[in-house]
Design a binder for this molecule. Structure first.
Ligand code: BES
Ligand code: ZN
Length: 652
């Protein structure tokens, strides 16, 4: 949706009017007109990244019955959808991408279906025709289907790609619009669905999902296989339907918390996240009850393409956060916070992504403050602020708005520090102006009022005006809400967080990077991971511009003195390698190769290939060689991005 600031007032007036009559809608000119009978349900808002027409017919529940074939790399079976529709409706439109649809039935027999044109981003519309619905009717529609071996949501790992090395592994990643590559449903965050599943896996493998696990030990199935059943009774956006199958085990951490992972990693993982239960308790104390029952963590093999993914009841996380010293646990605070911001109150469209990630980044920091104290929280805020400054300098102005225009674009384009860090800075600004007590009361109420609902940027503005600003003109002016949401850059009321702990770190960084002092003067050993991150994040713009250019001798001094070649903390390795690549520092190449071939987290992998590529004659052959080696181990999410930089290696 394109929106100019002059058009803003009328858009707000329109959305207020629609909200008042119980509708929130927008008709896209490229869509065929709705049938006269179609009325938009409450909160309906057009999602340009889905073919679905929920105002005509919508999915309420998905029941999966799937068999995992690790040899063919295929999930096959049925998805039985509970559908409601407007009286007279004769079709439902689902989203699918790169999937084999074999047949569709209702309880009376086969139904006709058609697959639409294949859009590279959106996939295909799957239109299913049926006899006209009558008022209030619910119907079950069963789709027989199979996924393809290269389904973008799924990664099928060979035993060699796991920690144990003995058994294969499968996991899914739905966000933003990948669920449609393994579940034929309406794949839009505004179309919440409950789900249930029976997953049949080969003997010796265990299946887990983002749902209540009904059969912890599994049930006997044909050929020695075992079936696992699941149930999610809260309606969720389809991007939160998630599955993993592997040699995984469970360790309890707290009363409602625990860790799933491969047996050889179980102890280290459970120890790393020993404070999970305290995090849940702190989160509930801040913003109301945790509504999902258990909160468990699944630590995946190293190819998991994200740091974490907030799949309900079962956060999926990269093993690169198991640092051994609990230094990167803010990731768990983040994914846990999504149990409110994102999973309870959900961005209605991907243009509203900042409502998920900005709120969550703010909430994450409040959990960190409650469990680990103010100083740690301030350091994390300050690191985020630094990332935000870098992002603001790099992105085109239009992409530095919180509410972004994604017309014709992949929702992944919105995955920047703007959504996360500008979003969090916005909420911190409101907190500072109204005071923490008042802000917390509003935010708690926001989660309660809007629980299990999609949220648009306009609805957020309406909520905060109705429940916090309450017509106070002076406050309205001070907050600059519209500037934050719709204008590029940072409004004038933004304030940088200040961490006192970083003052000596910055002094040491200046002494080394700018004033060319010795590495022996850096009090590295006394520093926490966050202080070390701050040191290594020293003015990347200066490094790029050559102002603080380091000689090979200085880099060697740094590498040896800080023992960077043997560093194990993934964030520090990444930061060091970025410096090394920018300087074409040859001795760091073994470490770079090891890092790029031992994990596939896109946040680390993509910037390193991009930096190599930027180094022309020096970096491109290195990137090409390393990528050809590493690519077979990466998830489709990561290869999809890196292919765009390095190109697809020949024969892959
Ligand atoms: N929900 C996101 C991951 C995501 C976003 C996946 C958009 C696909 C599309 C998750 O909560 C997240 O933000 N993960 C971060 C870690 C976090 C601590 C900032 C990540 O993966 O780096
Ligand atoms: Zn997040």
């Amino acid at each position: 949706m394109k929106r100019t600031l002059t058009g803003l007032v009328s858009v707000l007036a329109l959305s207020a009017a629609l909200a008042a009559c119980g509708q929130q809608g927008e008709v896209k000119s490229d869509m065929p007109p709705l049938p006269a009978s179609a009325t938009a349900p409450v909160n309906y808002v057009r999602d340009i990244h889905s073919h679905a027409r929920p105002e005509i017919a919508r999915v309420k529940h998905v029941d999966l019955d799937l068999v995992a074939d690790f040899t063919a790399k295929i999930l096959s079976g049925t998805a039985t959808l509970d559908v409601t529709a407007e009286p007279g409706a004769t079709e439902i439109i689902l989203d699918v991408r790169n999937m084999d649809i074999r047949a569709v039935h209702d309880d009376k027999g086969p139904l006709q279906f058609a697959l639409g044109a294949d859009d590279p981003i959106l996939g295909q519309a799957l239109t299913i025709r049926f006899p006209a619905f009558t008022a209030g009717e619910h119907r079950k529609i069963r789709i027989d289907y199979a996924t393809r071996p290269d389904a973008a949501a799924l990664q099928w790992l060979t035993p060699a790609q796991t920690a144990g090395g003995q058994k294969p592994y499968l996991f899914s990643q739905g966000q933003a619009i990948l669920t449609r590559t393994w579940v034929p449903t309406q794949d839009s965050p505004g179309i919440r669905q409950t789900y249930s599943a029976r997953i049949t896996a080969p003997a010796g493998l265990h299946a887990v999902m983002s749902a209540e696990m009904l059969t912890p030990e599994g049930e006997a199935a044909a050929n020695g296989a075992r079936s696992y059943r699941f149930r999610m009774t809260n309606p969720v956006p389809p991007y939160l339907i998630a599955l993993a199958i592997g040699d995984i085990d469970f360790a309890q951490v707290g009363t409602r918390t625990g860790v799933w992972t491969e047996p050889s990693r179980l102890q280290a993982s459970a120890a790393e996240f020993a404070e999970m239960q305290q995090m849940v308790d702190a989160a509930e104390k801040l913003y109301g009850p945790y509504r999902w029952g258990r909160y468990d963590l699944l630590i995946l093999p190293p190819s998991f393409p994200f740091g974490g993914m907030e799949n309900p009841r079962l956060t999926f996380a990269t093993p690169t956060v198991v640092a051994g010293d609990k230094s990167l646990v803010s990731l768990v605070a983040h994914e846990l916070a999504h149990s409110w911001s994102g999973n309870l109150v959900t961005n209605a469209t991907w243009a509203d992504f900042w409502l998920n990630e900005g709120f969550t980044t703010y909430f994450e920091n409040r959990i960190m403050e409650a469990v680990y104290g103010r100083e740690r929280a301030l350091m994390l805020q300050t690191l985020g602020w630094g990332d935000l400054q870098t992002t603001l300098a790099e992105l085109p102005a239009a992409d530095t708005r919180l509410h972004i225009d994604l017309t014709g674009r992949d929702p992944d384009d919105g995955l920047t520090d703007i959504a996360y860090e500008k979003g969090a800075a916005f909420l911190r600004t409101i907190e500072r102006i109204v005071g923490r007590e008042r802000f917390d009361a509003w935010l708690k109420g926001y989660f309660e009022r809007n629980a299990f609902r999609p949220m648009t940027t306009e609805m957020f503005l309406a909520d905060i005006r109705a429940n916090l600003v309450k017509g106070d003109q002076a406050l309205e002016q001070q907050l600059m809400l519209d500037d934050w949401v719709y204008k590029p850059g940072l409004p004038s009321n933004a304030q940088a967080p200040v961490s006192n702990a970083f003052v000596p770190v910055d002094a040491a960084a200046k002494a080394f990077f700018a004033d060319k002092g010795p590495a022996s003067a850096i009090p590295w050993r006394n520093w926490s991971t966050q202080e070390r991150q701050r040191f290594l994040a020293w003015r990347p713009a200066n490094l790029r511009a050559g102002t603080d250019w380091l000689t090979n001798q200085q880099l060697g001094d740094l590498e040896r003195t800080l023992n960077l070649a043997n560093e194990g903390n993934s964030e520090l390795v990444f930061a060091w390698l970025q410096i090394a690549v920018a300087h074409r520092y040859q001795p760091a190449l073994p470490k770079l190769e090891q890092f790029l071939t031992s994990q596939g987290r896109r946040k680390f992998v993509l910037p390193l290939y991009t930096s190599l590529w930027a180094e022309g004659d020096w970096g491109r052959p290195i990137a090409t060689r390393l990528y050809a080696r590493a690519r077979p181990g990466y998830h489709p999410v990561t290869t999809g991005s890196v292919d765009g930089v390095v190109g697809r290696p020949a024969g892959q």
